[in-house]
Design a protein around this ligand. Structure first.
Ligand code: GDP
Ligand code: IMO
Ligand code: MG
Length: 434
């Protein structure tokens, strides 16, 4: 009955999609348990590139169940577009299952997301404008649609009649772009969604728990990253879901005792899309060159990602919240042009040194990184040869960098990723499930 969770340890885009795809060969189910199509997970298999948003990474491998769990938010229209894209790229959604408890993202949520950002004035969150926050707000306020509603016309009719006038008033008040739909037209549209996707909508909690009872392998696919967690991230510059350990249970319907393994994905440097404090951020040419070398442009929004040195205060915060058993270190190949690589191990705030990530944004803005500088592995740019040689044959400086991360986090780095492709990976364990 093993479960294996993969979680981002920074601000998202650590390479979770690639690592999940590398690990899920022996998985029976791949479950998304939080977030929505704000995520952008890239999987590269030979000449095929999949960019997944709301769909679990499992759709890339035939024969797997790809589960959208109860803790997610789902935009049905955008999901239908994504399904079309995946099918055209050679994937299959036959194994798709959507929780009847998953919250829906409506068009008005997207409009309200934009309007709320405007109201934040000079301090926007920098959201993906996918309607994630407003959809979760409605879930918590107990006025949201759930996927299961699409199967019950009567429930839909009741909810639409109640909610549509309220949402229209709200949009007017916030000066959001209005919506012309009526109760009848929205009912028609949503009934149509039910007809298209109804056969995939099930009680995924039962499915996942029964699969674990039967000894199947369940992979739990994290989206975003620990620093975007609604409680533990750089609030308010976060997403609206629990991206860390606790979110796995509430978002999939399994008990904490059923969590067996948790892997943290660590990008070898740090990136952050959107606003908020970023202690190890680089600026000017230094940032631009890392951004360019790493191809750091958002999969969902196309925005340039802010870039900086590896911050182990962040990774250790994530480790505490998720209980990582091991790490996957990605994008080490991107750092092959540096003589020296600073790694942040603590912050100095108002003359005091700390290894703990503070809650206060103001304190974070005053925090100065305390760096240990390691030697780079300049010139090692033949990824094929590096992967072929295996871990022991990696350049000494790269192994020292990895060993430093292992020592500072007290966690083994069992996957070393040296390129976007599934094959550009060194695994240091034979069995990920036991
Ligand atoms: P995710 O959101 O965590 O799944 O990550 P994204 O897909 O948003 O961003 C990671 C980017 O880095 C994608 O373009 C991946 O194809 C790419 N990538 C993943 N691992 C590696 C690696 O080890 N080296 C390089 N060069 N690229 C990688
Ligand atoms: P993956 O799964 C990086 C960021 C947004 C913004 C904040 C809130 O690909 O790692 P939201 O639209 O969620 O309300 O935006 O969260 N954000 C991400 N950043 N990777 C992601 O997902 C993200 N999903 C949301 O940029 O700062
Ligand atoms: Mg991403």
């Amino acid at each position: 009955m093993p479960s294996l969770a993969v979680i981002g340890s920074q601000w998202g885009d650590e390479g979770k999609g690639k690592i999940i795809d590398y690990l899920d060969e022996k998985a029976d189910l791949i479950v998304r348990f939080q977030g929505g199509n704000n995520a952008g997970h890239t999987i590269v298999v030979g000449d095929k590139v999949f960019k997944l948003h709301g769909l679990p990474s499992g759709v890339v491998r035939p024969g797997k169940l790809a589960v959208i769990g109860n803790g997610t938010v789902v935009n049905i229209e955008e999901l239908l577009d994504e399904i079309k894209g995946v099918e055209e790229a050679g994937g299959s959604i036959e194994g798709l299952r959507i929780s009847d408890r998953a919250a829906l993202i409506m068009n008005y949520h997207k409009k309200l997301d934009g309007a709320e950002e405007k109201y934040r004035g000079k301090k926007p969150v920098g959201t993906t404008k996918k309607g994630i926050g407003p959809s979760y707000q409605d879930k918590i306020a107990r006025i949201g649609f759930r996927a299961g509603d699409l199967l019950e016309k009567e429930t839909l009719e009741e909810k639409i009649s109640l909610l549509l006038p309220y949402k229209k008033d709200l949009m007017n008040m916030l000066d959001a772009e209005g919506c012309s739909c009526t109760v009848e037209s929205l009912l028609d549209k949503m009934t149509g969604w039910g007809e298209k996707l109804g056969r995939y909508i099930v009680d995924t909690g039962v499915l996942i728990n029964e699969s674990l009872d039967e000894g199947k392998n369940v992979m739990l696919e994290g989206a975003q990253g620990a620093m975007l967690d609604i409680d533990h991230g750089t609030y308010p510059f976060v997403t609206s879901s629990s991206t860390t350990g606790g979110g796995i249970c509430t978002g999939s319907g399994i008990a904490p005792s059923r969590l067996n393994h948790c892997m943290g994905v660590v990008k070898a440097y740090t990136t952050h899309v959107g606003e908020g404090p970023f202690v190890t951020e680089l600026h000017g040419e230094e940032e631009e060159s890392l951004q360019k070398k790493g191809g750091e442009f958002g999969v969902t929004t196309g925005r340039g990602r802010r870039c900086g040195w590896l911050d182990l205060v962040v990774v250790n915060h994530a480790k505490t919240l998720c209980g990582f058993d091991n790490l996957a270190i990605t994008k080490l190949d991107v750092l092959n042009d540096y003589e020296e690589l600073p790694v942040c191990t603590a912050y100095e705030i108002d003359g005091q040194k700390t290894r703990y990530f503070p809650a206060s944004i103001k304190k974070l803005e005053r925090a100065k990184p305390v760096y240990t500088t390691l030697k780079g592995w300049k010139g090692w740019d033949d990824t094929e040869a590096l992967v072929k040689g295996g871990y022991d044959a990696l350049p000494k400086e790269m192994k020292d960098y990895i060993a430093f991360i292992e020592k500072e986090t007290g966690t083994p780095a069992d996957i070393i990723s040296l390129g976007p492709d599934r094959d550009e990976t060194i695994g240091r364990k034979a069995d990920w499930w036991n």
